[in-house]
Each structure stands twice: as structure tokens, then as C-alpha cells.
Design a protein around this ligand. Structure first.
Ligand code: F6P
Length: 515
């Protein structure tokens, strides 16, 4: 049991100061996007709005405490924005850290962001290799943009900096830094899954990507399964690679260096979610949702528009459930929220059209006077709306075809201050390794299985709902976002992994035993 107080964990204090652990000095966070979204007006002026998300709230206290910098793309391809430096400075004036923009031009956005990152790595790492566009021109631009990020790091680098790079857009950054002579510690966290060997091997640049990744000192994955996949792929390069140490963090010994590999399931700010969920405006809106749908169980799906989320499969499963279980007619409403995303990529636009057509077909088939089975919402929800839907729903359907973690599953649990609600969760979401004891675990490709789980949830007695939800909430609370940052930094800086403080209950939660 972690006995540290919430306050000390939030400040990132124990990570860097207690025991015999060496300390992290200035923290340099590097991610494709900055934690602020830039909008550029027609007259050339610009403004920044804070990006939502757990990563920012988890890292902000550590950055504030240690001092630091966040390096990333501000999200616009407009060049030489006159006001940019001032606006960036203002945005973090009281935060203790600074923002360093990496500007990308149109071609870079096209081939690095939309191309290599989102038409190759994104589908491949989600096991959807037939969705990949292995355009040969993408790789060089991916490399050159990673080099650009490395130059931004080097431009302000101090010897005692701790550089923490995030996600699949930036797998080559350590390699570029090493090529420029940097020897200090560099860590990387992959937020999305790492695919099995047979799938990864399809990548035309597989050896280059693996070699580059091994230039990091610590690579963090979401689950043990992702780490196992990575180790099997690394053996492509050198079948004699040796591993030492078991548990959350192991060491891979390559000919040149040692690389630590760890599984760190990302969490959410549980306390904040639970607190906001209990607020008056959320409660009022949740009551309103119930009043509007009397005598109904609300089934909730909330997803970013993405083909990995399994929205179409889910709709088919819901349709199948209505065909097989007439006792659900007039008694359930599926609220499917789709949050717009990557809309300028044609595959995403096609998917939207397909979802909307399927919703129309199902509603056309089952609607009766006073009952429309699917309420479809295509927009961003406000925080209050999101929490109200979590609180008002009886069942959450989280059925991605593959997902690094899936934070909707964890947010749903945190928001259930009544300790009620059933979570139906895909076995291919990273969160399944942690929540499998409370959720109904399904194979999202198996329409009959998901249809049965929906009906199972519909008729589940209250006692069982509470018991399951309590287990999940406990786990989401214990392994929150602050613990994630804390354990990652500890693994990066510990001199001896033998002393790495693994909480006793941690490993069993992370074993994926569903398969
Ligand atoms: O889930 C991966 C991720 O990159 C998130 O970090 C991000 O919120 C989302 O996909 C959308 O990302 P983007 O708009 O940068 O492609």
C-alpha cells in the first residue's frame, strides 16, 4: 500500500526526493502536441486554449516543482506567427514551466503527422495492417521531423535535464539525440499498444524503428502484453538479446547498452473526477437526463471518431441484442457520443458516414412511438455534460477493437459516486488487464458475445452491480495518474532495479489473464 499523501504525490515530491533514489532535475516533456491548442486568426493574431487531458494535469505539478519545459507542435501549420512567443509565455506564466514550439509546415503535417504517424503506425500498432498506407515518401519526413524535435531539445539542453518523450510520433527522437552526441538519460512512453511480431514485421522500416527505440534508456508501455510484444520484436534484431529482472521493469541488454522496459498502465485524476461528478450542476443535469428518459436504462458509448474504437461493431451488437432480447424494447436507450477527430483524413470521414448510416438503419428498424433506441451525438461534450452522462448511465459500452488503455472506462468508474453502473469492456483495451475483475469482458468482434453482455448487464441485480463497481473504483483510485508519473520516474532514475519499490498488489492487476 502506498502510504504517501495525495498532496505529496500530486507535487511529485516523493518521486524525486525520498529514499536513496537519485533525483530528476529539470524535466523536459516532449510530445507531438503542446498541452495548448493554438488558433490563428485571419489577421495573423493568435491565441492558445489549454488542451484537456490527464497528461497535462499529471505532469503540470512535477513541472512546477522541478521547473521544466514542454516541447511540441502547437497544432497549426501557419509559419512565423509574430505573436507566438509572447502568447506561449503568457499561457504558462504562473505554471513554473515554459513552452517550446516545434513548427511544422504543410508537407511535414501531411507526411509526418497524417502520413507516417496516422496512416502507418496508428493502424499497424492497433493490429489493422490492412488499413496501412506504406507510402515510401513518409519515412524520410518522419525522420526529419523527429530530428527537428531533437534539435529543439538540444537548443536548450542542460546536462542534468531529464528528457521524457511521449508516443508514436516521436519514436526516433532518442536516436537523433544520440547521433548528436547526447549521452544523458532519455525516457519514452508509448501511449498506444505495441503490436505482436507478425504484425510489426510488416513495417518496411521495422529495423530502423526498433534500433532507434533502443536508444532510449527507459521505454514504458501500457501493459505487460505490449512489453512482451516489443521484446519479441527486438529479438528480430538480435536473437541473443538478454533480459534481466522480472516484474514491472526489466532490463534488456543489447550489445551496446542497457535499456529498461516497463509496464506502466496510465491512470486518471480520480479524485478530481469524483469531486466534479458530485457537483451540483452535474447532479442537476444527470437528473434531467433521467427525467427525459423515464423507465429506461441508458447505455453509453463515448468515443473519439476513430476506426480502432469499434463503433460500427458495437452498433451491430446493439442491433443484435434488440433482435434477440425483446424485453429490452422501450426499456433501453443507447446514447452514442462521437467526438470529432482527425477529420481531414479521408478514412475518418468515411467512418463517420458509415456510423451515421448504421444508426439511421437501426433506428428505422426499431423506433416505436415514444422510443428511439439510439440517441446519436456528434460533437465535443462539455465537462459537465460528460460527467452527467457518466452518472446517468446504467451501462457503459467500451468496446474498442484495440486500445492502449482507454480512459473512458476509468472515467466512467471514477464518476460513479453511487458505486453503481455496469462496465462492458473489450478484452483488447489495455484497461482490461486492470478492470477485468469488475467489468463484463467481451470480444468486440464477436457480435453475439457483446449482445449477450448487453442483456446480462441489463438484467444484472443491483447487488452485483455495486460489488463489481466497487472493485473497479478501488483500482482506478489506487493506480491514478499521479502514481503513473511517480512510478515511471522512479523506474527511470533508480540506480538498482532490485530495489525498485513495487507495491505488492500492483503486479496481479497488470497480468492479462483474459486470453
Ligand atoms: O490516443 C492517441 C492520441 O494521440 C491522443 O494522445 C490524442 O488525444 C488523440 O490521439 C488525438 O490525437 P491527434 O488529434 O493529435 O491526432
Amino acid at each position: 500500500m502506498d502510504m504517501r499523501t495525495d498532496a505529496s504525490r500530486r507535487a511529485g515530491a516523493t518521486t524525486v526526493e525520498t529514499g536513496t533514489q537519485p533525483s530528476v532535475n529539470r524535466l523536459v516533456v516532449v510530445s507531438n502536441r503542446l498541452p495548448f491548442i493554438l488558433s490563428v486568426q485571419d489577421d495573423g493574431g493568435c491565441s492558445l486554449v489549454p488542451g484537456a487531458g490527464g497528461l497535462v494535469s499529471a505532469l503540470a505539478p512535477v513541472l512546477r516543482n522541478r521547473g521544466g519545459m514542454w516541447i511540441g507542435w502547437p497544432g497549426s501549420t501557419a509559419r512565423n506567427i509574430p505573436d507566438l512567443d509572447r502568447v506561449l509565455l503568457n499561457a504558462t506564466r504562473d505554471s513554473g514551466y515554459t513552452l517550446q514550439p516545434v513548427e511544422l509546415g504543410e508537407e511535414e503535417k501531411e507526411k509526418f503527422y497524417r502520413g507516417f504517424s496516422n496512416e502507418i503506425i496508428w493502424p499497424l500498432f492497433h493490429d489493422l495492417q490492412s488499413d496501412c498506407n506504406f507510402d515510401p515518401s513518409y519515412w524520410n519526413v518522419y525522420r526529419s521531423v523527429n530530428s527537428k524535435f531533437a534539435q529543439a531539445i538540444l537548443a536548450t539542453h542542460r546536462d542534468d535535464d531529464f528528457v521524457w518523450v511521449h508516443d508514436y510520433h516521436l519514436m526516433n527522437v532518442a536516436h537523433e539525440l544520440r547521433s548528436n552526441g547526447l549521452t544523458s538519460r532519455i525516457a519514452f512512453f508509448l501511449h498506444i499498444p505495441f503490436p505482436p511480431l507478425d504484425i510489426f514485421a510488416k513495417l518496411p522500416w521495422r529495423f530502423q524503428v526498433l534500433t532507434s527505440m533502443l536508444d532510449y534508456d527507459l521505454i514504458g508501455f501500457q501493459t505487460l502484453r505490449d512489453r512482451r510484444n516489443f521484446i519479441q520484436c527486438a529479438r528480430l534484431l538480435d536473437p541473443d538479446l538478454s533480459l534481466s529482472g522480472k516484474g514491472q521493469v526489466t532490463t534488456l541488454n543489447t550489445r551496446e547498452r542497457e535499456v529498461r522496459l516497463g509496464a506502466f498502465p496510465i491512470g486518471i485524476d480520480y479524485t478530481e473526477f469524483a469531486k466534479k461528478a458530485a457537483s451540483g450542476d452535474v447532479t442537476a443535469m444527470a437528473d434531467l437526463l433521467h427525467k427525459d428518459l423515464p423507465n429506461r436504462q441508458i447505455i453509453l458509448g463515448i468515443d473519439r471518431l476513430d476506426y480502432t474504437k469499434g463503433i460500427r461493431h458495437r452498433l451491430e451488437a446493439f442491433c443484435r441484442a434488440l433482435q434477440r432480447f425483446p424485453d429490452m424494447h422501450q426499456r433501453v436507450t443507447l446514447v452514442q457520443v462521437v467526438v470529432p477527430s482527425r477529420e481531414d483524413i479521408p478514412r475518418y470521414h468515411e467512418m463517420r458516414v458509415e456510423i451515421e448510416r448504421t444508426v439511421g438503419e437501426i433506428n428505422g428498424q426499431f423506433t416505436q412511438s415514444g422510443w428511439v433506441p439510439i440517441h446519436y451525438i456528434f460533437r465535443n461534450l462539455t465537462r459537465v455534460e460528460l460527467l452527467a452522462y457518466y452518472r446517468a448511465s446504467h451501462i457503459a459500452l467500451v468496446t474498442p477493437l484495440k486500445d492502449g488503455m482507454n480512459l473512458v472506462a476509468k472515467e466512467f468508474c471514477a464518476a460513479r459516486i453511487d458505486e453503481n453502473g455496469v462496465l462492458i469492456l473489450s478484452e483488447f483495451a489495455g484497461a482490461a488487464a486492470q478492470l477485468q475483475r469488475g467489468a463484463l469482458i467481451v470480444n468486440p468482434y464477436d457480435v453475439e458475445d457483446v449482445a449477450e453482455a448487453i442483456h446480462h448487464a441489463f438484467i444484472m441485480p443491483d447487488g452485483e452491480r455495486h460489488q463489481r463497481m466497487r472493485k473497479m473504483r478501488r483500482s482506478v483510485r489506487e493506480y491514478d495518474i499521479f502514481r503513473w508519473v511517480d512510478s515511471f520516474l522512479r523506474a527511470a532514475i533508480a540506480k538498482d532495479l532490485g530495489d525498485f519499490p513495487l507495491p505488492e498488489e500492483y503486479v496481479p492487476h497488470m497480468e492479462t489473464v483474459v486470453l
